[in-house]
Design a protein around this ligand. Structure first.
Ligand code: ADP
Ligand code: ZN
Length: 609
């Protein structure tokens, strides 16, 4: 069994070996077992069911919630010479009948269907008349009511187990948290399934978080390190999306907006361009991204705080699915915390839900303000222990210095307390600094004992202290969302002197230290050739390979990455294969693609010599 699976991996997909748990999953499923697979985005989930579907008799039925995605997946399989098709509402009635005929005739290795289609009595009856190799339930977290991607039809998929008890089932997801996992098992009747849980680490993604001073300038500098690369820029509001996309476009960057306020046709068009063209930057709200499995997204930037660590990890996880270097970059400020608190407060959710949302915001802030390895924190949020010192996040590359801020923290907390826990940071800072503003005078706050006790630090430094106190849970923004600050249970031990407070050095009175460090990181990004490290002398050949790929993709009506991934193109660039035998050894070049594209790529490579 093993050797056939490996042979298929090599001949059909052009890969030399299985990754991580793929082999174990493939063997288990091929032997008829049920499986629950938890693997991060880009981990290689698809092969876990595609190869068993080829190995077993009959057709593998893949349930996928995303119509837009089916087309690409089926295109990619067909390019590799696999008999694949999809059934969904985007097909004409005639095309649907043809696919059904192929299914009943046993001509298909893999058939992708939307859940609502699968559940129709008609389709289930058809399945009973065919041989089903396996059921794969992709994006299985859609059964979870708590997630963002809840799909009620997913819950009815348990019916597959009742109607087809002998057919192995595999559920797959990149959502890591244990609650969702339990819900999948329960809802899909997968109690007997073997669980394959991979590490959720994405070693090829580097993480950076910075303070926002001037979002546009900072984004511009960041993008200098990613010229010509595809990426996503997330913003909180639709207006900011439009604004940022327009500004980028005016600066000569291929940027497109995406949010729920755009009409459907524009959204489809922009998404298509992002998928089909090289180097498009999508500026979007979180409405964009679910099911985008474009492998060569080289960066994900957040201009505002995301909603939760889970959301952040999912969003940043869209970078670097192909395993090549990618970057997750975020800037944020104190105002985000206020805005987020307001959004939570003003939402229609029940109080219990709001409490959960606030907790989520707090752990996200703790991540943003962290001084230790960010990867360790991220994985910790999913219950995974990571030893730290990843060497590939900003804090590992340039460890931030901390300073003893116990006294300023005490001053800040008592000023919040003395002013009645009814004000935002702006007013409290005025009081601390001894500013006799009209408001201060009208409230008689210049008579408070805390008035002027913090004059030694400027407003910016105080803002930094308040931001970090919020992040550390030593202050909280009010639940009603007016931006007012209150003490927390944890504040007490700071006020009583029982707890030291260490803050990041950016709050230190000396100026400039942070700026120096930031600019060092930015110049570090500017290494030649962006993320992939293409050297100047390689650039002409790289451009030619990419141009050929784009041209072939157009001819075949598929996205460029369906022809070859960047990883495969990069391997060609480095190995410069001289003939078909050498080309066949490149990872990602299977038999079908060798036959179809080999000659064209060899022509480009050989012409250069
Ligand atoms: P997921 O669905 O888990 O996000 P995919 O199945 O799309 O991931 O795979 C991610 C990328 O890794 C794809 O480009 C895929 O072709 C590639 N890949 C998967 N398995 C292997 C392997 N064994 N060797 C090399 N590349 C692989
Ligand atoms: Zn690290």
């Amino acid at each position: 069994m093993n050797s056939i699976a490996l042979e298929l991996l090599q001949s059909v997909f052009g890969y030399s070996s299985f990754r991580g748990q793929q082999q174990a999953v493939v063997d288990h499923l091929s032997d008829g077992g049920d499986a629950l697979v938890l693997m991060p985005t880009g981990g290689g989930k698809s092969l876990c069911y595609q190869i068993p579907a080829l190995l077993r008799q009959g057709t593998g039925i893949v349930v996928s919630p995303l119509i837009a995605l089916m087309q690409d997946q089926v295109d990619a399989l067909r390019e590799a010479g696999v008999a694949a098709a999809f059934l969904n509402s985007s097909l004409s009635a005639e095309d649907q009948r043809e696919v059904e005929r192929q299914l009943l005739a046993g001509e298909l290795n893999l058939l992708y269907v939307a859940p609502e289609r699968l559940l129709t009595g008609r389709f289930l009856a058809q399945l009973e008349r065919t041989e089903v190799a396996l059921f794969a339930i992709d994006e299985a977290h859609c059964v979870s009511q708590w997630g963002h991607d809840f799909r009620p039809e997913y819950r009815e998929l348990a019916i597959l187990h009742q109607r087809f008890p002998a057919v192995p089932r595999i559920a797959l997801t990149a959502t890591a948290d244990p609650r969702t996992r339990d819900e999948i098992v329960e809802r899909l009747s997968l109690q007997q399934a073997r669980q394959f849980v991979s590490s959720f680490d994405r070693p090829n993604i580097g993480y950076r978080v910075g303070l926002r001073h001037n979002a546009k300038r900072q984004l511009g500098e960041f993008l200098l390190g990613h010229q010509g690369e595809s990426g996503i820029v997330y913003c909180l509001s639709r207006r900011k999306v439009d604004d940022t996309a327009q500004w980028l476009a005016e600066s000569g960057i291929e940027a497109l907006p995406y949010h729920a306020g755009l009409d459907a046709a524009t959204r489809v068009q922009n998404q298509k361009r992002f998928l089909r063209e090289e180097g498009v930057v999508m500026v979007a709200t979180v409405a964009f991204g679910m099911g985008i499995d474009k492998p060569d997204v080289r960066f994900v930037a957040h201009l505002d705080l995301p909603r939760s660590i889970e959301g952040y990890y999912q969003e940043t996880g869209r970078a670097g699915r192909d395993g090549l270097p990618a970057e997750a970059w975020m800037i944020y400020g104190l105002s985000d915390v206020v805005t987020m608190s307001q959004m939570i407060a003003q939402s229609e959710s029940a109080d219990e839900r709001k409490r959960v949302e606030r907790q989520k915001l707090e752990s996200l802030l703790a991540y943003a303000e962290a001084t230790g390895c960010r990867r360790e924190l991220l994985l910790g949020a999913f219950g995974e222990t990571y030893p730290g010192s990843c060497g590939h996040c900003d804090n590992c590359i340039a460890p931030p210095k901390t300073w003893d801020a116990t006294v300023p923290a005490q001053k800040a907390l008592s000023a919040v307390y003395r002013t009645g826990q009814r004000f935002g940071s702006g007013h409290v800072i005025d009081v601390l600094r001894g500013e006799e503003t009209e408001r201060v005078r009208s409230l008689d706050h210049h008579r408070l004992s805390t008035f002027g006790i913090g004059a030694e630090m400027d407003e910016k430094q105080w803002r930094s202290v308040f931001r970090q106190l919020l992040a550390a849970g030593l202050l909280e923004a009010d639940a009603e969302g007016y931006g007012t600050l209150r003490l927390t249970a944890a504040s007490r031990s700071v006020l009583s002197g029982g707890q030291l407070v260490k803050l990041r050095e950016d709050a230190r009175p000396e100026r400039g230290s942070r700026r120096r460090r930031d600019s060092k990181l930015i110049t570090g990004d500017k290494s030649s050739g962006g993320s992939l490290g293409i050297e100047a002398y390689e650039q002409p050949m790289w451009d030619e390979l990419r141009a050929l790929r784009t041209q072939l993709a157009r001819q075949h009506g598929v996205p460029p990455y369906v022809v070859f991934h960047d990883a495969t193109l990069l391997a060609m660039l480095r190995a410069l294969p001289a003939n078909e035998d050498e080309l066949a050894t490149i990872s990602g070049v299977g038999e079908a693609k060798l036959k179809r594209y080999g000659r064209d790529f060899l022509a480009v490579i050989n012409a250069a010599e």
